[in-house]
Structures are given as structure tokens and as C-alpha cells.
Design a protein around this ligand. Structure first.
Ligand code: AMP
Length: 564
């Protein structure tokens, strides 16, 4: 019997209602056991809030505006019902459920409808994703409308969550691995390993069901299927890094570019971004470089592509990102920002997975297989002073800092651990003023938890926003802050409150970027509130002129980049 989407929605509803992990795992394992093989991957993906497996290049490309227009049409409901419901829960799916429940039009229609199955929902999502190009908008609309028209309020709640890509049931991939292991009686580490290799737990679940543990043991990397990336943790000081890596480690320049995973099979090369999206078309020269230099028939390598100016100095990351966004730009029309590739790892070579090998050995194999392509500059040392000097050199050459890689460490896809540590010199924090605040989502929906941060214009006295953050404050601080901000409120618009600029906060950030988002033309990247500076008045806050100085200082370091 095909599994109904209703059953999946009910499962998710139960997951949402509990925080007991073991119970959640049991419920999902039970559910998985009863599925047909072809339902397993779609169900696993959907429970995790994904329309498709993680490695899939298919995307729904449906905006919230489109979705809400369709929902208005099929429910005939006044949108304030949604706004109020959303205001209460902060959850889009739950608010849509309320909208569906209150719709009179829908109540009549559903009397005659048949039930949706998991397989039908997947087919429908595929059809939506495949609809692209000229005239696709109307067709997409019709497909979504057809799907939502068949949904009960509860089903609509979870369909919308899949569209938006956020389940919020608290059931994440790690728990899913455990549920798959339990459902098909396979050791957890075998499931985890396969999931890392294939980059998606859904397909692993299918193999586990159909071929058992033995099937999983045969799983290998697949060329042109992106692998989850190994990620680094932050370290504050070099001494700490040496300690963590037992005295000696490999430092590499940390380049401020875009991470690329390069897959090669014969003459064909594909490049995937950090988010595992296929960006081959935006980097033709990198494809060429890889094709020419990598002799191996099959390989998966990793590196960083940086943008450079005409003298070869690195220029800011955001310029490179423009290239990625132009995947669909017409050849020749796009401004060509020169790039350079530096490789730093190799995961697979001619049929063999290299991930279990120690870093030092992989690096050696990498060196032997990439022809003239540069590797990231490296220093293996146990000496603090040499490492400090190396960090200084990296910064002086316009790079971000260093990465430290434990010499004997395997490559662990998808894992952020201490085997890779990143060290960046911290930019001096700025004291900024909160000028506007927004209500948060979910648990924070009643709190003003998202803050616009402004610097003072020393010439006019105006406060100009340079960033926004919801990071850094504890719950207790946010509650207190909400109270204070409400007392300072001048105007409230939707979920946004404008306040008299009074409260000063110390903010750390990663970089000052050029940005059209704010009037001042700059924005802080990765802003985070360090502490509340009640000892400072708004007049004592940092000025926009100071932010500009920091912005320009970055470029002194980053070579000859000219402000546009
Ligand atoms: P972060 O994005 O701050 O977590 O830092 C990790 C990122 O640094 C990686 O995802 C890479 O894009 C980038 N990176 C730059 N240089 C290196 C390097 N030598 N080794 C590994 N990652 C690097």
C-alpha cells in the first residue's frame, strides 16, 4: 500500500511535539520500516525538510510571494488571518495550517478529494523543479496550486515547510542516521560512514533497506556527486592550535575566496561550490586549468578560488561571488574577474577513496597529481615563532589568516572538528547603536531579537546602519533588551520597531564589505554582539568615518584594489 503524505505529516507533528530524542528516533525508525523501497529516500528527505536529496542540483525556485499568492487564491482567505497566526507562533507552516482550517472554500472542496501519497508529492515537487525557462512561471503556479489544493490543513503545513526548506521539528540529520540504523538493524557507524561518502542519508536508507550492511560496505564516492565538506573550528591563538594538534601541525594560508570541489572523469570536469551547487559554468578557466593539469583519469580535489587584480593580488571575496551569481549570464556579457585556483586536498583518485589517509599523505598525493596548479602555501612546524611569522606573512600578502591541519588526521566529510582549525586576526570591535529591531522567529517570536546596528556620522550626527545581527546575546539579555527597546520605540511597522538611538553595543565582525544594502554603502560581515556597552552613550559610539577607515585599511592589505 502506498504511504500517504498524511502519515508523514502526522509523524512530523508528533516529532514537533516532543523533545525526547530517543522517542523521536523510535517513531521515525518505525515509520521507515513500513515504507516501500522507492518511498524511503523521498520520505527521509521530506522529514528533514528537503524536497530532494542534499546532493541533488534540483531546486524548487519558488518564492514566498508566489506561495502566498497561491494560498490566498485557493483558500479565499483574508491575509490578516495568516499575519495574526504567524504573529502568534512565528512558524510559517503552522500559520498556513490555520489559514487552511479557516477557509470555507477549502472545506467544501476537500469532501471529495482523494489522499496524497508520499510518491505523488515527490513527483509533483520534481515537476515543479523541472519547470524552468520561458512561460514557466504560470506552469509552476499551476503545479503548486494543484498540489496544495489536494492538501488537508495538516498536509499543507508540512508541504509549506518543505517548500520553505525548514522543518523545525528538531529532528536533524544525525538523529535520522540513528533512525535508519535502528530501522534496518545496521551499526550506526556504518550508516554514518556511508552517509558521509554519499553526501545524503536518504540514499543510504534505501541501500540499508534493500541490501543491508553488506550493501553499505560497497558504497564509494561517485564522481560528479559532491561530497560533504570537512570544516574547521575557530582558534584564537597559535599556541592553542599547537597544543590541540599535539605540538606540531601543518599551517596553510587561509585564502579569502570560494571553496571549490573539483570532480574529474576523463576530460570532463565539474566544479561544486561550498553549498554543493554545480558552478562549473561560472568558472570556465578553472575547468580548463584542471583539465590540462590533472593527469589522473578520475579524481575529486578541493581548493579555494580567489579573485585577483591585474597584478595577481587577492581582492575581496564579494567580487568573486558575483561570478557565481552569474551562472546564467550570457557569454561575454559578464565582466570577467580574474581568478586563481589553489588546491589543498584530494579525496579520491582513480577508484580509491583517500579520505582515511592522514593529511600529510594526502597532501603528498595531491602534489604529485596536479601538474602546475599551485597548492595553498604550507608550513609544517612545531615552533610558535615560525608559525607567528607565517601568519604575519599571510596577512601581509592580503590573505585572511591561517588554517592548521592535524598531520595524522583523515578527511572527515561534513564534519566541523578540531582537526582543522582556523586562525584569523580579529578586527577591532566597533561600538554601535541599535536603531531598529525586529521580532524573531520560533522561540524568539515575542522578543525583539534582531538588531540593526548603526554608526554615527560625525559630520551630520545621523546614525547610519552598517549591519544587522541576532547573534551574541543570551535569552535573558534579549528579554531585557526587548523591554528597553519598547520603551524607546518611535514607530512600529509590521514586525519592525524603530527606536531612539540610545543603546550602545560592542560588535565583532569579520570584514567590512561594500554593500548597497545600507545608505552608507558598507556592511559588516558576520556581525555579532560581544556585550552591551551601557557605559557608553550614543554620542560616544564609533563613527561612520571610522568604519570607512577600517574598510580602506582592509584594501591596503589586500593589494591595490581601488574603491569604485
Ligand atoms: P570559514 O568559512 O571561516 O569556516 O573557514 C573555512 C573556509 O576557509 C573553507 O570552507 C575554505 O573555503 C576556506 N579556506 C581558505 N583557505 C583554506 C585552506 N588552506 N584550507 C582549507 N580551507 C581554506
Amino acid at each position: 500500500m502506498p504511504t500517504s503524505f498524511k502519515a508523514l505529516a502526522e509523524l512530523c507533528e508528533k516529532l514537533e511535539a516532543t523533545r525526547k530524542r530517543l522517542l523521536m528516533i523510535d517513531m521515525v525508525a518505525d515509520f521507515l520500516k513500513n515504507l516501500d523501497s522507492q518511498e524511503v529516500e523521498p520520505a527521509v528527505s521530506m522529514i528533514l525538510g528537503r524536497a530532494f536529496p542534499k546532493w541533488s542540483q534540483q531546486t524548487l525556485e519558488v518564492s514566498w510571494t508566489t506561495l502566498s499568492e497561491i494560498i490566498k487564491r485557493i483558500t479565499g482567505i483574508e491575509w490578516k488571518v495568516f499575519s495574526e497566526a504567524f504573529g502568534e507562533t512565528g512558524d510559517v507552516g503552522s500559520a498556513i495550517k490555520t489559514v487552511f482550517e479557516r477557509s470555507k472554500v477549502r472545506r467544501q472542496a476537500t469532501l471529495f478529494e482523494r489522499t496524497l501519497t508520499v510518491a505523488e508529492v515527490r513527483r509533483s515537487l520534481e515537476a515543479i523543479a523541472e519547470t524552468t525557462g520561458f512561460g514557466s512561471r504560470e506552469k509552476k503556479d499551476r503545479l503548486i496550486e494543484a498540489l496544495l489544493s489536494l492538501a488537508s490543513p495538516l498536509e499543507a503545513k508540512y508541504l509549506i515547510k518543505i517548500f520553505v526548506g525548514e522543518m523545525r521539528t528538531g529532528f536533524h540529520e544525525g538523529l535520522m542516521e540513528q533512525a535508519v540504523a535502528d530501522a534496518f538493524q545496521i551499526p550506526l557507524d556504518a550508516v554514518q560512514k556511508s552517509s558521509m561518502t554519499l553526501g545524503d542519508i536518504g540514499e543510504v536508507a534505501v541501500m540499508a533497506k534493500t541490501e543491508g550492511e553488506e550493501g553499505l560496505s560497497k558504497i564509494r564516492f561517485k564522481i560528479f556527486r559532491p561530497v560533504g565538506l570537512m570544516l574547521a573550528q575557530m582558534a584564537d591563538r597559535i599556541a592553542e592550535v599547537l597544543d590541540e594538534h599535539e605540538g606540531k601541525t601543518a599551517f596553510e594560508y587561509k585564502l579569502d575566496g570560494a571553496r571549490v570541489q573539483i570532480h574529474k572523469l576523463g576530460d570532463e570536469v565539474k566544479i561544486f561550490s561550498r553549498r554543493l551547487t554545480d558552478v562549473t559554468e561560472s568558472l570556465p578557466e578553472i575547468v580548463e586549468t584542471a583539465r590540462k593539469n590533472i593527469v589522473a583519469k578520475e579524481a575529486i580535489l578541493e581548493g579555494e578560488v580567489i579573485a585577483v587584480d591585474d597584478r595577481g593580488y587577492p581582492i575581496p571575496f564579494q567580487h568573486l561571488m558575483r561570478r557565481f551569481r552569474r551562472v546564467h549570464a550570457i557569454e561575454g556579457a559578464a565582466e570577467r574577474i580574474p581568478t586563481r585556483l589553489y588546491l589543498f586536498d584530494i579525496l579520491y583518485l582513480n577508484g580509491d577513496s583517500l579520505v582515511p589517509l592522514p593529511y600529510a599523505q594526502r597532501r603528498q598525493i595531491l602534489k604529485e597529481n596536479v601538474g602546475k596548479i599551485s597548492l595553498t602555501k604550507q608550513l609544517v612546524t612545531d615552533k610558535l615563532e615560525d608559525a607567528e611569522q607565517f601568519l604575519k606573512e599571510a596577512i601581509d600578502a592580503g590573505h585572511e589568516g591561517l588554517m592548521a591541519k592535524k598531520l595524522d588526521s583523515p578527511y572527515t566529510p561534513g564534519i566541523r572538528g578540531k582537526r582543522w582549525l582556523k586562525i584569523k586576526p580579529v578586527l577591532e570591535p566597533l561600538d554601535l547603536v541599535i536603531v531598529t529591531a525586529e521580532y524573531g522567529y520560533g522561540r524568539r517570536h515575542e522578543w525583539l531579537s534582531d538588531y540593526y546596528l548603526a554608526a554615527r556620522d560625525a559630520e551630520t550626527g545621523d546614525f547610519l546602519p552598517v549591519g544587522k545581527t541576532f547573534k551574541g546575546l543570551t535569552d535573558a539579555e534579549i528579554i531585557e533588551m526587548t523591554k528597553r527597546l519598547k520603551e524607546l520605540a518611535t514607530k512600529e511597522e509590521h514586525r519592525r520597531v524603530f527606536v531612539i538611538p540610545t543603546i550602545v553595543v560592542e560588535v565583532t565582525y569579520n570584514e567590512v564589505q561594500k554593500s548597497p544594502k545600507y545608505k552608507c554603502g558598507m556592511a559588516l560581515r558576520f556581525a555579532r554582539i560581544n556585550r552591551i556597552r551601557d557605559d557608553k552613550t550614543a554620542e560616544e559610539a564609533d563613527t561612520i568615518q571610522r568604519v570607512k577607515e577600517i574598510y580602506e585599511k582592509q584594501f591596503l592589505k589586500k593589494g591595490r584594489y581601488k574603491t569604485e
